[in-house]
Design a protein around this ligand. Structure first.
Ligand code: 13P
Ligand code: SF4
Length: 352
């Protein structure tokens, strides 16, 4: 790679990190490692996608249109012409990229990066729900593996859940929709879609097997209220905000000023320029990344709610993965083709 291109990429990263002395210190210490990764990225023509929960040095390795939430990164994976995609995120995300780009080599720096929502459920669970609720469409959250998606009518993510569920209900001519596998998001969708007369059937509602995000379930309404008091985050104020992810408990969403996907929370901050102080009820690195983008906003960092799976993705593992072209994601082509239909149906739903 030509030296001036490499220098300009390192400069782009340095600019992104400059608001934080801690990040700058780490950037300087790891400059050679970053340079080697960027060099390999260029030489091998790799698209590096970075989820919003990556630590800042990993997050900003990806360019502006290559960072984001699950939906944005799926779209980006589907449209790339690069032969290799390296996914800085968890396995279900890399698997979704492979389903959407089957002829590309899709790598994940640590194949053990799982997700507490995706892990417990298999295709058999979906088939059992179909048996119990015949004629009801199945909407599956993107935090799931290919075999579950393959038995699904529509996928959705946290940025389009209500819209996809409404669409599925209309398309099937029913007011009952099966939602997999997140029980808290299922309960939240139920509340959100009550005015539409839609009933959501989700794991844990009528049986014992449920799915929860091990990070978001830890936020309680008492924690949020305590933080509001301590940091003077007044509900409804133009200058402060408590934002929560859809995967939190229903009462936590009710306590927040706004709830949405990871990118929708970021957009909320962009659209509210008067904000001075914000607390995010979500994975902690998200606040670290936003603090770099919005140095005028104070991000309350009381939490130590890290996703152990997202934390597995480090610069050292990224370098190893690029050098040796490991760990490659593979999906049975017949399952991938059926899973893809569910993802494509989601991507075709008109935005609400
Ligand atoms: P987003 O789709 O909002 O990026 O969320 C993915 C996720 O895993 C949240 O915990
Ligand atoms: Fe899964 Fe929760 Fe981690 Fe997101 S934060 S990847 S939902 S365990």
């Amino acid at each position: 790679m030509n030296q001036s291109v490499l220098d300009s990429q390192l400069h782009r990263m340095e600019q992104a990190l400059r608001a934080s002395p801690d990040q700058m210190l780490e950037f300087k210490a790891k400059r050679d490692l970053l340079a080697r990764i960027l060099q390999l990225k260029e030489e091998k023509n790799v698209l590096i996608l970075g989820h919003n929960y990556m630590e800042p040095l990993v997050f900003y390795l990806s360019g502006e249109n290559e960072r984001g939430d699950s939906l944005a990164l799926s779209r980006r994976a589907a449209e790339t012409d690069k032969p290799i995609i390296l996914f800085d995120g968890v396995r279900f995300m890399a698997e979704t990229a492979k389903i959407l780009s089957p002829d590309k080599k899709v790598l994940i720096p640590d194949p053990e990066a799982g997700c507490s929502l995706a892990e417990p459920f298999t295709a058999a669970d979906v088939l059992e729900y179909r048996r119990r609720y015949p004629g009801c469409p199945v909407v599956t959250y993107i935090n799931s593996y290919a075999d579950v998606k393959a038995e699904t009518d529509y996928c959705c993510t946290s940025s389009n859940g209500p819209n996809v569920v409404r669409h599925a209900a209309r398309a099937f001519g029913t007011n009952r929709v099966i939602f997999f596998p997140d029980s808290l998001m299922g309960a939240n969708l139920q509340k959100e879609l009550e005015p539409d007369g839609i009933e959501i059937i989700y794991p844990g509602k009528e049986d014992d097997k449920f799915g929860r995000c091990e990070v978001h379930e830890k936020f309680t309404v008492e924690i949020l209220r305590g933080i509001r008091r301590q940091y003077n985050l007044i509900k409804g104020s133009e200058e402060t905000a408590v934002l929560a992810h859809w995967e939190c408990l229903p009462e936590v969403l009710a306590e927040a000023d706004y709830y949405g996907s990871t990118s929708q929370m970021a957009q909320y901050i962009a659209k509210h320029p008067k904000l001075k102080r914000v607390f995010l009820a979500t994975e902690c690195e998200m606040a670290a990344n936003l603090a770099l983008e919005y140095p005028q906003v104070e991000f309350v960092k009381t939490c130590n709610m890290f996703c152990q799976h997202m934390r597995r993705i480090t610069l050292e593992k990224i370098l190893y993965s690029l050098e040796h072209e490991v760990y490659e994601i593979s999906v049975d082509p017949a399952i991938a083709a059926r899973a893809r239909q569910a993802i494509d149906r989601m991507l075709e739903v008109p935005r609400g």
